[in-house]
Design a protein around this ligand. Sequence first.
Ligand code: F0G
Length: 457
Amino acid sequence: MILPFAESFRIKMVEPIHKSTREDREKWIKEARYNLFNLKSEQVFVDLLTDSGTGAMSDRQWSEMMLGDESYAGASSYYKLKNAIRQIVGFEYFLPTHQGRAAENVLFSVLVKSGDIVPGNSHFDTTKGHIEFRHAHAVDCTIDEAFDTTAYHPFKGNVDLNKLEDVLKENGEKVPFIIVTITNNTAGGQPVDMVNLKQVKALAEKYGKPVIFDSARFAENAYFIKKRNPDYADKTIKEIVLEMFSYADAMTMSSKKDAIVNMGGFIAMRDKNLFQQASVYNIMFEGFVTYGGMSGRDMNALAAGLDEGTEFSTLETRVEQVAYLGKRLVEYGVPVQEPFGGHAIFVDATRFFPHIPKEQYLAQTLTVETYLEGGVRGVEIGTILADRDPITHLDRFPKLELMRLAIPRRTYTNNHIEYVAATLANVFERRHQIKTGFKIVYEAPILRHFTVELERI
Ligand code: F0G
């Protein structure tokens, strides 16, 4: 018999979580104005809001915490992290930041000005926010296959080279850099192939533009390259990661994902001049260049996390658990983005609720119903997240209207996964009884999804 898949860790410490009744949840979600960010964590049973900062650190990471050097300047923890970054991604210069969006803020303060155009593959919302906040535009050049949740493509995160070249040809002088998000979160945690990364770099060189990787889930990307591109089947994850980053000039990193820490981020680059310019903003916004918003202990845990997070066994455990949820949902007939993403399963709300108009926020309706059914918290990746068009102020309807179920690393067991799948199956079974969605009663001008307030229609 072929031995089944099993996790490459055992559990040393546990944290209780609590079930609730449907009545409780009806009351809580109403009090939260139907915005799941407003729920208290104790009102949630299985929390799949995000895989960001929600993972479980290892015994090795916790022991590194005790060795943290909290010196303001030149801490040994800084050098430990600097070494790990040089070894794992191959960049000489780096700046710590308190999280990924802070890395964007610092780097874009140097590189992005009003009127610029930043092409890439589905910019993450904070990335887009930092571009639009500077009165510049983000242009999505992801391949078309990414927007059809039923179409199979092994690398749905890929950049469409024709779309990218069109932007460079027409508006080249306005493009400060190209940004490639690995994995492509917004399109469903979808990977970018090594071949594509190489081609983007070649095109960028032709037009004299730098390439930046938004690297939050770079290790999951490397895992998919190993699994899906036969040329890399025999390479280690660390070898694949080094090659991936050889096609970038700089990176922004949210360490809260693949580096398995609860807080932290960084910018890394090859160019000393860029490092010096970014250092000015880092000191202003984040902290001195050798800590940048991170404690020494957190930099130590991050250095260890970068190493562990790029081990095959860690990634296999992680990505295969996500796929397990995907398979269970497919068995129940629930429409999901396929192939499954690295960090999350994305449920297609348009296919789930074909009978509700898109103006009523389908993916949000699905997240509310999923919470009511089983106390499971997912997140809307749809019209609310897409914000209004900065010029017309009308809702922007994205090509995909999704509910994301993001799985924290090393946190839940497959029994939790079974529970989540059954919750979705129940909502799917009664989907025709859900006839209407929501309307917005309050929203912020940018990144509205965090604080939006809604009412049932
Ligand atoms: N880039 C990507 C691809 C991300 O997914 C995130 C965060 C960021 C940048 C910003 O990093 O949160 O450390 O400031 N994504 C989280 C999520 C919030 O739930 O997907 P941050």
